[in-house]
Write a protein that binds this ligand. Structure first.
Ligand code: BES
Ligand code: ZN
Ligand code: ZN
Length: 502
C-alpha cells in the first residue's frame, strides 16, 4: 500500500502523529533552536544528544528520542545525511528511505516531516522534499499479495504530513509531493508486476492489466495476438512465443495530451514473462528469477500510467512484446531461420537470446508511428551484469544528443546508466552463413552485439537502448530499495519525459 503524503500549513506541535522525522548533516549545528517546540518537548535533550555527539548524522544512521509533552508527537526520529560536501539528491532519497524504514519497523503509522528541516543550499525545497519522500515511499514497498498466513500483523506506516509555515510554499510543495506520489506509485506498479510469478502474469494476463490501466487513465490500448502478429509478418516475435501454450501478445498503449499533435516518443519494454532459455535451456540455478525478464515491459506500462496521471504535454506510445520463452513441442530451435517484420532474416544460434528477437519486431513496428525518439528498456544480457553490476544499466544508441539526455536523466533520478559503443565493426560478430545475421555473436562484447542486433531494426529515429539486466532485480536491500524487483527505468524515463522539450 502506498503511503499517503500531503502538505499542511501550520505548527508541527499541533498535528497529531506518531513521530517527527528530521534529516541532519554530519556537521549539524543547526538543530538546536530550529524547532523550539521539540526542544521544549524533550526538555532540551534533543539539543544535548546532538551536541554531545550521541547522534552524529552519519549517512543513513537513525536515532529515536521520546518526547514528554502530551501535545507534541511522541517520538522524534533523526536520520543522517552524511557529510555536507558530499551531498546530492540521492543522499536525500537514502535518508528518506532509512527514516521511513526505521519508522515502520518501530510501529509508527503517521509521520510528520517539517519542511524547514530539509533545507540545503543550492537545492530547492521542492526537489529536496520530492527526493526525501520518494526515498521513503520506495524503501517501504512490500509484496504480500500472495501470502495468506505471513502478512505483517502490525498496522503499517501509511501517512506522512509535510508541515510548512508558509502558505505560498505550500502550493509548490504540494506539486512536488504529487509528483513523488505518482512516480512512486508507478514504481510500485512495475515492482508488483515483476514480483508476480510467471503463472500469474502470462502474456494474456499482462494484456488484461494493460487494458485496465488504459481504461482507468484514458489511454488507447491495442493488443495484437500471436496469431495476428504472425500474419502481419512478425516472424521473430511469434517464433519466441510458439514454444509455450500461453500465446504471446504485443501490447500497445498510447497517451496523447489533448493539445499535442506532434510525433510520438515510443517506449519499448521487453516482456518475457518467463525466460527458461527455450530449447537452449538455462541451468536450473536461480532460474526462478527469470520471471523478472519482463521488467522493461512492466516499467513501460507504469510509465504510461504516470505520464497520463501527470498529464504531461506529450505524445507517448508504449509497446510491450510479451511472450513466455519455453521449450515446448512447437518451440523454435537453434538453426531456425526467422523472417522478421523488417524482412531481414535471422539465424537462431541460441533460443535464449530471445529478447532481441521480440524487440526486433517491436522496433520495426514502432517505425509506423513516425517517432521523434525511441527508448527501449530490456533485461537483455547477462554480460551487462558482468560488465556493470547491478547498480547501473548499460546504455547504447544511434544519436549522441538523445543519449546525453538519457544519461542526464539518469544522474538526476539516481537510476544511472553508462554508455557502451555501437561501432560497426562489432557487427562482424553477427555474420551468418545462411541468413542476414545471427541472433548471437559469441561471448565477446555480449551486451554490445545485442545492441548491434537491435540497431539493424531501428530506422532513422534517434534511439536509445537501455540494458537493465543488472539493476532490474536486487539481491540485497538498499537504503531506498528493498531487495527483489526494483522498478528500474520508471524514475529514469519519467525524469526524461518530465523535462522533454519538443
Ligand atoms: N533474460 C536474459 C538475460 C539476463 C541474464 C537477464 C541474467 C538477467 C540476468 C536473456 O534473454 C539471455 O538469456 N541472454 C543470454 C544471451 C546469450 C545467449 C547470447 C545471456 O545473457 O546469457
Ligand atoms: Zn534468454
Ligand atoms: Zn531473456
Amino acid at each position: 500500500m502506498l503511503i499517503k503524503v500531503h502538505a499542511k500549513i501550520g505548527d508541527l506541535g499541533r498535528e497529531k502523529a506518531d513521530g517527527v522525522l528530521i534529516p541532519l548533516f554530519e556537521d549539524h549545528g543547526e538543530l538546536c533552536g530550529s524547532f523550539p517546540q521539540l526542544d521544549k518537548a524533550t526538555a532540551d535533550l534533543l539539543c544535548l544528544l546532538v551536541k554531545r555527539g550521541d547522534f552524529r548524522g552519519e549517512r543513513y544512521k537513525t536515532f529515536m528520542v521520546y518526547t514528554h509533552d502530551p501535545v507534541a508527537p511522541r517520538r522524534i526520529i533523526l536520520v543522517g545525511l552524511g557529510k555536507r560536501d558530499e551531498f546530492d539528491l540521492d543522499r536525500m532519497r537514502e535518508a528518506g528511505g532509512a527514516g521511513f524504514y526505521y519508522a515502520r519497523e518501530a510501529g509508527l503509522k503517521k509521520l510528520i516531516v517539517p519542511a524547514k528541516s530539509v533545507e540545503v543550499d543550492g537545492f530547492s525545497i521542492e526537489e529536496l522534499l520530492e527526493a526525501f519522500l520518494t526515498g521513503g515511499i520506495l524503501r517501504t514497498y512490500q509484496f504480500n499479495e500472495l501470502k495468506t498466513n505471513d502478512k505483517p500483523s502490525r498496522a503499517m506506516l501509511n501517512e506522512c504530513v509535510v508541515m510548512s509555515g508558509d502558505r505560498v510554499q505550500r502550493e509548490s510543495i504540494k506539486q512536488a509531493l504529487r509528483r513523488a506520489t505518482i512516480v512512486s506509485q508507478a514504481v510500485y506498479l512495475a515492482r508488483d508486476l515483476v514480483s508476480l510469478p510467471a503463472n500469474k502474469k502470462t502474456p494474456t494476463i499482462l494484456a488484461g492489466i494493460a487494458r485496465s490501466i488504459a481504461k482507468r487513465q484514458g489511454l488507447k490500448c491495442k493488443i495484437i495476438s500471436e496469431k495476428e502478429a504472425r500474419t502481419m509478418g512478425m516472424g521473430a516475435f511469434s517464433a519466441v512465443g510458439q514454444g509455450s501454450r500461453e500465446p504471446a501478445t504485443m501490447i500497445i498503449l498510447e497517451y496523447r495530451a489533448g493539445c499535442n499533435y506532434g510525433r510520438p516518443i515510443v517506449l519499448i519494454g521487453k516482456g518475457i514473462t518467463f525466460d527458461s532459455g527455450g530449447i537452449s535451456l538455462k541451468p536450473p540455478d536461480r532460474m526462478e528469477v527469470m520471471k523478472d525478464d519482463m521488467a522493461g515491459g512492466a516499467a513501460v506500462m507504469a510509465i504510461l500510467q504516470a505520464t497520463a496521471e501527470l498529464q504531461l504535454p506529450l505524445h507517448v506510445i508504449g509497446i510491450i512484446p510479451a511472450a513466455e520463452n519455453l521449450p515446448g513441442g512447437k518451440a523454435y530451435k537453434p538453426g531456425d531461420v526467422l523472417v522478421s517484420l523488417s524482412g531481414q532474416t535471422i539465424e537462431v544460434i541460441s533460443t535464449d537470446a530471445e529478447g532481441r528477437l521480440i524487440l526486433a519486431d517491436a522496433l520495426t513496428y514502432a517505425q509506423r508511428f513516425r517517432p521523434q525518439a525511441i527508448v527501449d528498456l530490456a533485461t537483455l544480457t547477462g554480460a551487462c551484469v558482468v560488465a556493470l553490476g547491478d547498480y547501473v544499466a548499460g546504455v547504447m544508441g544511434n544519436n549522441e544528443s538523445h543519449l546525453t539526455r538519457v544519461k542526464i536523466a539518469g544522474e538526476k533520478s539516481g537510476e544511472k546508466v553508462w554508455p557502451l559503443p555501437l561501432w560497426e565493426e562489432y557487427f562482424e560478430y553477427l555474420r551468418s552463413d545462411v541468413a542476414d545475421f545471427k541472433n548471437v555473436g559469441g561471448r565477446a562484447a555480449g551486451t554490445i552485439t545485442a545492441g548491434m542486433f537491435l540497431k539493424r531494426f531501428v530506422g532513422s529515429a534517434p534511439w536509445v537502448h537501455i540494458d537493465i539486466a543488472g539493476p532490474a532485480w536486487l539481491e540485497k536491500d538498499r537504503p531506498y530499495m528493498p531487495k527483489g524487483a526494483s522498478g528500474f527505468g520508471v524514475r529514469l524515463l519519467m525524469q526524461l519525459l518530465m523535462e522533454w522539450q519538443q
